[in-house]
Ligand binder design. Sequence first.
Ligand code: ZN
Length: 250
Amino acid sequence: MIHKTDAIVLKTQPLRSSSLIVTFLTRSFGKLKGVVKGVRREREPRSAFYELFTGLEIIFYEKTRSDLHLVSDAAVIETNDHLRTRLVSIAYASYFSELADNFLEVHDPHENVFDLMQFCFRYLPSIDPERISRIFETKLLRETGLLPYLDECLQCQAQIPGGGFFSVAQGSLFCMQCQPRIVDARPLSAEALAGLRYYTRHDPEECLKFRTSQAVDRELASLMERFFIYRLGQPMKSRRFMGEIQSFLN
Ligand SMILES: [Zn+2]
């Protein structure tokens, strides 16, 4: 079966001497892996198509017995060159790509995540990348059914108007009384909780205008990092890379 879809290049790995295995985020098929033959030959004009973050329209043959398909043709829709000119943009675009690769299943379409990725790529060079990260993270978690429960204490249903306690293992909020029974519950400030609720309940456009203090930014970044390390069982490569280049970013 032959299909056509919009796609973003998330990851590439060499295959034999001249081919590539490309992991795409596609609009119609979700995450998808395809082989592109002969693209790594010298002076091959198509090689630029498969640079990370590039927006393409691809045509692929669907293999029925394998998750690895054959990409027969592609046209560039967005080069997204603006993401590759600065180290900080490369780092954050890699982070979004790694998150999508880790949390989406193959052949499980999430058109909203495709739009979200385009949205975040568009604003990455002009808006604080940490704010874009909170938008990407919360919307991705909502789409994949992993969004933390923030309405009330998971244990006793008490309202938590001020700060509470958050457990990354449970992906949920707990009150002062219940938190001693939750092994990994850590304090979450009222401002950070309000910020997290805002990000989860508003559209990406509205979240762009939302501002939090630097302390809250740090608190939310650290909460998200712990959340993803817990889910994935290890730190993400792109976050480690960000740590390594930190001194160049400031
Ligand atoms: Zn409680």
